[in-house]
Design a protein around this ligand. Sequence first.
Ligand code: ADP
Ligand code: MG
Length: 275
Amino acid sequence: MTTAIEQLRTTLAALSLTAIDARLEGLLENAAKKEPSYGDFLLEVMNTEADARRQRYLKARLQLAHLPYVKTFDQFDFSFQPSIDERQIRELRTLRFVHEASNVILLGPPGVGKTHLAVSLAETAIQSGNGAYFMTAHDLVTDLGRAYREGRLDRRMRVYIAPKVLIIDEMGYLPLDDLGATIFFQLVSARYERGSIILTSNKSYGEWGSIFGDPIIATAILDRLLHHSTTINIRGESYRLKERRKAGLIPLPEQQQEQPAVMAHRSRNKREQLP
Ligand code: ADP
Ligand code: MG
């Protein structure tokens, strides 16, 4: 004769309730010990499955997002980067920008944490059930350029339009050709007021003309990108350098070397207000 537990296992398997099945003994033992109400017991059983499904779903979303690494805000040392306004970060973490389809632009020299923060924001958005997709600007334009030459640009474009959050990393490290600039403009226009873009760049807005080789298209792109947006301008030292310096591989910066760097950043900021 089959026992109730055996029948239960068969039913759980038939309904693919794998998490309840895996934790069945623990759940029953716990109930025998704590004697919860029928309602509480049923709730615990159902939550076991619901939580496991949610975890599976988030894991799949995270994999689909194609992030280069997973890092969170908790792993970010804000005291190392005092130019970052933590209030601004707190506001972004509410994900209001995702609901409003507005953009986040992280600017700054290499190693200051632009990608780390972009990834942390993407991770937060995914945890709240939003789709996200990460791509470097170069890979994105290469991919769409190939699709254009093969006559399937519209279809391929959908991959980058569909997610609620698109992360475009390292804009400006390499200049774009005419086709790249046109494709980029199309993408930004298609997402405008529909989905958020999180973009990182080592170039200030004033330098964007040189990325696109054409100040008119650069202005048109910036116009749409910045209309609803938050800019985080990180002016600081590279975290990677700090780590190497700690290891004694690089000498400490000298006072005289610091001075012109600060000046350069200030004048760059002025230009950023006039994209
Ligand atoms: P960027 O994209 O600005 O060039 P990254 O975000 O890739 O720089 O940062 C370089 C490395 O240093 C990454 O491993 C990142 O996690 C780490 N990092 C940068 N800034 C910080 C910080 N303030 N606290 C902790 N880790 C940081
Ligand atoms: Mg980066």
